[in-house]
Design a binder for this molecule. Structure first.
Ligand code: HEC
Ligand code: HEC
Ligand code: HEC
Ligand code: HEC
Ligand code: HEC
Length: 506
């Protein structure tokens, strides 16, 4: 980084550079309050936009020449910078048309995830017309930057100045929060931030209607592997150095538990807004639990599977639970029964035929409480975690590999999570820390698992709107394939092979 000669900034820089260590005091933490508090603080603030950050966080910067903006814009920057442009594509035009016309770029239900900020409508809520127009133009310009800095770090009108103070970098979550800056140094906040768009929440929702209009399925988010595609513009995350090769295992664990929680929160949200006669939002469920029923299948498709929902009822998307249960086994086996009951309770309360929003609300809340406690254990704020992910990972891997039947009962999403979990825990952790003698065989088997899983989950399909969105996997030929590879046992066979190799490896 180059420094400017301005005396004021010189003092500033020197002090800032000296504050390197990131040991954080632990503030009190109670579950969902972080998000709601952040939201209400954010509501009073405006976005500043990329140009403003560029003054310091770009190599063209006038004041500092940090590189974050270049990384975000650059080739390895991923799709976030394109997320607004996506709304201008033919694909999005098609979606918007099927939703009743207009352009995707003016729809709040698209902008909420595809633009830089939480809620553009908020910024436009201004009674003065002249001001409103100016504000509209400005905010639309900012929105067009897509998922940029403030989407992850928070609206900056208040903290942009504050974060230049000497003690900022070493201040705790609570102080950042007061200014509306998201503390992503805390893995739990980080997961919550990504999940807002990649799982959805009360403000950002991918309804079944949007899917029906041709939106690709987002329900297979996995934090560690997705984070790997965000340019690493930070020094390190909590526990990263202590965890070494296993750091992605901790991110994986936090991601799984947080996604389970955020899926439960979506249930709570549905329950809160329920009105007499209403059905649960279809996107809360494992898509295939309905869509397979529309297709021919071999008579044996149910054999060996656990019946998780009442016959004829779709299954709540519990793909993350299918992973989290192994964390519970390793960390607090005694509580397994209450976890299982809690998940079952959510599953049966979110019923299409007999929706029970009251029960669903309390079941979701109970599950949320349990997930928050587990998150504190895996990634306590501001402290080195006592849970050694490296020590746990081999057992987690074996547990997951031996649990294919359960994953199949939950559905293809769970199988996809299982595959991604293998990647993260084995290939990025174990194999890097100390590859076992049979590494080549294991590596090969996990890659083959990926081929099986991604074939039925449809990843990599260049969907054409609607025609191909679900059709790709709904068309009969494909479903014969799904039948064969998934329900027909290829997935389970491969998992069994991997389990054997893992046993032999240690
Ligand atoms: C006037 C210069 C300046 C501007 C403008 C600026 N930053 Fe910073 N930012 C800094 C400096 C200096 C640091 C401290 C760097 C360090 O500690 O290594 C920093 C640190 C950060 C951090 C790390 C948090 C921390 O304090 O440890 C984030 C995140 C960040 N900036 C985001 C942004 C975003 C997003 C914008 C635009 C809305 C922005 N900054 C605008 C100068 C600036
Ligand atoms: C404000 C909403 C928002 C937030 C917050 C967000 N994302 Fe995204 N993300 C998107 C959208 C929208 C896309 C799709 C962009 C496109 O293709 O148009 C996307 C795409 C991605 C992709 C590319 C996926 C692919 O199939 O190529 C990755 C990886 C990703 N996000 C990771 C993350 C991670 C990790 C976080 C948290 C650190 C995060 N995102 C936070 C909205 C968000
Ligand atoms: C809950 C957040 C959310 C909402 C709301 C949302 N999207 Fe997306 N969208 C995403 C994410 C996340 C992805 C990336 C999926 C992935 O690869 O994991 C995406 C991907 C897409 C893609 C595929 C991009 C590509 O080239 O792969 C299109 C097109 C799209 N969205 C259009 C829209 C439109 C149009 C709307 C409004 C009707 C909308 N989205 C609403 C989150 C959202
Ligand atoms: C997809 C989410 C996401 C986006 C978009 C994003 N960041 Fe970050 N940023 C993170 C995460 C995660 C961290 C690591 C946690 C931390 O240090 O706060 C981070 C860390 C940082 C840091 C601290 C680096 C360090 O370790 O000292 C700075 C500075 C920063 N971001 C600036 C920016 C700027 C500027 C932009 C826009 C060009 C941006 N970020 C866009 C997620 C994001
Ligand atoms: C409770 C049952 C149910 C669930 C769960 C469900 N769907 Fe649907 N879906 C339907 C029905 C019924 C239709 C309308 C019949 C049809 O067109 O196939 C439909 C239609 C669609 C269509 C339009 C297909 C077409 O050819 O017109 C898409 C795309 C779609 N769903 C995607 C999804 C996705 C993605 C998920 C999971 C996030 C999902 N569905 C979950 C019942 C469900």
């Amino acid at each position: 980084m180059k420094r400017v000669s301005l005396a004021t900034f010189l003092v500033l820089i020197t002090t800032l550079i000296l504050v390197v260590p990131r040991s954080l005091p632990a503030p009190p933490r109670d579950g969902g309050s972080y998000k709601s508090e952040l939201r209400s603080i954010q509501a009073e603030q405006k976005g500043k936009g990329l140009d403003s950050c560029s003054a310091c966080h770009s190599t063209n910067g006038a004041i500092y020449k940090f590189t974050e903006v270049n990384q975000w814009e650059g080739e390895g920057g991923g799709r976030h910078k394109l997320s607004y442009a996506t709304l201008e594509s033919d694909w999005s035009k098609g979606i918007a048309e099927r939703l009743g016309g207009g352009s995707a770029t003016s729809r709040q239900d698209c902008l909420s995830c595809h633009s830089y900020d939480y809620n553009l409508a908020h910024d436009l809520d201004d009674s003065d017309t002249a001001e409103l127009e100016a504000a509209t133009r400005k905010q639309m310009k900012l929105g067009a930057q897509g998922v940029s800095c403030e989407a992850c770090h928070g609206r900056a009108s208040k903290w942009e100045r504050n974060h230049l103070s000497e003690d900022w970098a070493s201040a705790d979550e609570a102080k950042w929060l007061k200014s509306g800056m998201v503390d992503n140094r805390n893995l739990v906040n980080l997961a919550e931030r990504c999940n807002a768009c990649h799982v959805g929440d009360d403000e950002k929702v991918l309804t079944h209607t949007l899917y029906g209009a041709g939106h690709p399925d987002i329900s297979s988010f996995e934090l560690a592997s997705y984070l790997n595609f965000v340019p690493k513009h930070w020094k390190s995350l909590p526990n990263e150095e202590a965890d070494g090769h296993w750091s992605s295992a901790r991110i994986w664990a936090v991601g799984q538990v947080a996604s389970l929680r955020d899926n439960a929160r979506r249930v709570g949200e549905w329950a809160k807004n329920w009105s007499e006669g209403g059905k649960p939002e279809f996107s809360l469920f494992e898509c295939y639990s309905c869509h397979q029923n529309l297709m021919p299948k071999s008579p044996s498709w149910k054999s060996g599977r656990e019946q998780l929902s009442e016959a004829g009822e779709p299954i709540w998307n519990a793909s993350n639970w299918a992973m989290v249960k192994h964390l519970v086994t390793e960390l607090s086996k005694g509580e397994m029964m209450s976890w299982t009951n809690s998940v079952k309770e959510v599953m049966s309360a979110v019923s299409v035929r007999r929706p029970d929003p009251q029960r669903a609300a309390s079941a979701a809340m109970a599950l949320e409480g349990m997930t928050n406690r587990l998150l504190d254990q895996i990634s306590p704020y501001g402290k080195t975690a006592s849970v050694d992910m490296g020590r746990l990972a081999p057992a987690l891997l074996k547990g997951i590999a031996k649990d294919a039947r359960y994953q199949m009962s939950v559905g293809p999403r769970a199988a996809e999570q299982a595959y991604r979990s293998m990647m993260v825990l084995y290939s990025w952790g174990w194999a890097k820390a100390s590859p076992p003698g049979n590494h080549r065989a294991l590596d090969k088997a996990i890659n083959e698992l990926g081929e099986i899983v991604l074939k039925f989950s449809g990843e990599g399909n260049q969907y054409d709107p609607l025609q191909q969105a679900m059709q790709e996997s709904l068309n009969r030929e494909d479903w014969k394939l799904n039948d064969e590879v998934f329900w027909g046992g290829k997935f389970a066979e491969k998992m069994q092979e991997i389990a054997g190799l893992l046993d032999a490896a240690s």
